[in-house]
Design a protein around this ligand. Structure first.
Ligand code: SME
Length: 153
């Protein structure tokens, strides 16, 4: 993990561990810190699974029209249905993409899983093409594992 991700992970984990009794605050702090610390993270949000729908939770960035996304729809719904991280280098060439902002160029969606169940996901958009690579995937998957027991409790 590069230095920037390592530093950010340290800050986020410190904040999360101090607030772990309150899942909403943990998510609010996480989106604020990721949005602030990593400049290519233009929009950062949580979706939480409720039945067969993903419901928008705390986010940082422009408001999204997609407050409820059925499983299997959009890149968010695909990542939850497939139970794996999806990186899209150019959202305009992906037919699954549900547009949130005209400026978005690339997206990463990382499921938050506990005991084989999807609890929700971290969704990040960037105004840069192909903004997300293996370092983002590793960083966000580690973060998702750390968050999973907090979000379930
Ligand atoms: N682009 C997502 C929808 C959510 S917004 O990016 C916030 C998708 O295709 O599922």
């Amino acid at each position: 993990m590069t230095e920037r991700y390592g530093e950010t992970m340290k800050k986020v984990r410190q904040a999360i561990d101090a607030e772990r009794q309150d899942a909403t605050r943990v998510m609010q702090t996480t989106v604020r810190l990721l949005h602030h610390e990593l400049p290519h993270y233009t929009w950062v949000g949580f979706y939480l699974l409720d039945g067969n729908e993903l419901v928008l939770g705390p986010f940082a960035g422009r408001p999204s029209p997609h407050t409820r996304i059925p499983l299997g729809r959009g890149i968010c719904g695909a990542a939850a249905a497939e139970e794996q991280t999806i990186i899209v280098d150019d959202v305009n060439t992906d037919p699954r993409y549900l547009a949130c902002s005209f400026d978005t160029r690339s997206e990463i969606v990382v499921p938050i899983m506990l005991d084989g169940q999807v609890l929700g996901e971290i969704d990040i958009d960037s105004d840069k093409l192909a903004a997300f690579g293996p370092a983002d995937k590793d960083f966000l998957e580690q973060l998702a594992s750390h968050l999973a027991p907090i979000l379930r409790s």
